[in-house]
Design a protein around this ligand. Structure first.
Ligand SMILES: Cc1cc2nc3c(=O)[nH]c(=O)nc-3n(C[C@H](O)[C@H](O)[C@H](O)COP(=O)(O)OP(=O)(O)OC[C@H]3O[C@@H](n4cnc5c(N)ncnc54)[C@H](O)[C@@H]3O)c2cc1C
Length: 345
């Protein structure tokens, strides 16, 4: 095993940090997770939906053909590691907005652009194959409990003044590590250590709802989506406010979501909770896995955007490979160095 892998510090136990910890654990690499908890974590808010066909253009998600089987395999393995169900296949029905959209999408389908994710198509919409939702709160809670019990979790905020990274490793709070990986989501630390990263924040809100028409394991999507987590209960989301970075819930988001949600054909919906979080993305819409460009043992795993559930397993596996095999490197399109210009000392 590479000397780098002696002991790793993971900062942040959202989805990215949890995935990395589980991969390092499976590889037998010693690690510590320092995290300030989930109160501000996007992973606490997210629905964990994996939808192969997204956006206004009904386009296949980037790299979906490779990422989807890899993600399912990883979550299934983590289910065994944690003894908790995480991966839930769903029937996702995407509805056409109008005749114009139906004509355009039927043409796309006939050109094979959405294969192999096209299921039943009729006058109202299309069934998207391969969709799933990942129970992120269960994943976070199970990993937190496991690592707390094993003495691997430090429930604290890592501040820059107590943290020193150099070419031969990292020291933090009197402990030494061979390397540290920031999995801090929209926390300030990643911006402090990777100041040249052109982050784009996007706030989102979700409603937890009840309604007699909600079917467990079914997602209906037109503008917004309604995920049936159980019979008569589910989540309705999500708003997308580019440039907005607070965690406040708003009456406006609630009204917008409810109005669109009630048009999904599942009857009346009653709001039981409302949550807000912040997604971090990058201009090329790809996440980041990589070292800082100045040869210190400090890395980043983030920028998961709206597709964290899909990307997190792959990013964690890239990190696992790099930390255990000196011959491995990050895919160029994901490397932190793609935005390198200047980095703070
Ligand atoms: C409304 C909404 C809906 C979404 N829906 C989906 C969806 O359906 N499917 C999907 O795949 N994705 C979805 N996402 C995106 C998904 O939430 C993110 O991609 C993913 O959760 C990001 O995970 P993360 O670990 O990078 O960040 P986070 O989950 O934010 O975790 C970061 C962690 O680091 C900790 N931390 C930060 N700074 C420090 C520090 N200095 N010291 C110690 N700890 C620190 C935080 O406390 C937190 O626990 C959604 C996001 C939002 C906001």
């Amino acid at each position: 095993m590479n000397a780098l892998a002696e002991r790793v510090l993971i900062v942040g136990q959202g989805l990215a940090g949890t995935a990395l910890g589980l991969e390092l654990e499976a590889a037998g690499v010693d690690f510590v997770v320092a995290s300030e908890g989930h109160a501000h974590a996007a992973s606490r808010v997210a629905a964990g939906l994996i939808n192969p066909i997204t956006g206004q253009r009904w386009a296949k998600s980037a790299q979906i053909d490779a990422l989807l089987p890899r993600a399912e395999k990883a979550y299934r393995r983590w289910e065994e590691q944690l003894g908790h169900a995480l991966w839930h296949p769903v029937t996702l029905r995407r509805l056409f907005r109008d005749d114009e959209e139906r004509t355009r999408i039927v043409e796309k389908i006939s050109r094979g652009e959405m294969a192999p994710f096209v299921g039943e198509v009729d006058a109202t919409g299309m069934t998207v194959c391969g969709a799933a939702w990942v129970d992120l709160p269960a994943l976070l809670a199970a990993a937190e409990e496991r690592w707390r019990g094993a003495g691997k979790l430090r429930p604290t905020t890592v501040v820059r003044a107590e943290f020193q990274a150099a070419a031969d490793g990292v020291s933090w709070a009197g402990e030494k590590f061979a390397a540290a990986v920031l999995c801090t989501g929209h926390g300030a630390l990643a911006r402090e250590f990777f100041p040249d990263m052109p982050w784009v924040a996007a706030k989102g809100e979700i409603l937890h709802v009840e309604g007699a028409g909600i079917v467990a394991g079914e997602v209906v999507n037109r503008g917004v989506w309604l995920l049936g987590e159980g019979a008569g209960r589910g989540r309705l989301g999500a708003t997308y406010e580019r440039g907005q970075e607070d965690n406040e819930i708003t009456a406006n988001a609630r009204d917008v979501l409810l109005a669109q949600g009630c048009e999904l054909g599942r009857g009346e919906l009653r709001v039981v909770d409302q949550v807000a979080g912040v997604r971090m993305t990058l201009p090329d819409r790809l996440p980041v896995a990589g070292w800082r460009s100045d040869d210190i043992r400090l890395g980043l795993c983030g920028g998961l955007g709206s597709k964290g559930a899909l990307w997190a397993p792959m990013l964690a596996q890239c990190w696992r490979a790099v930390l255990t095999d000196p011959a491995e490197d990050f895919p160029k399109e994901l490397a932190a160095a793609r935005f390198a210009g200047k980095t703070a000392g």
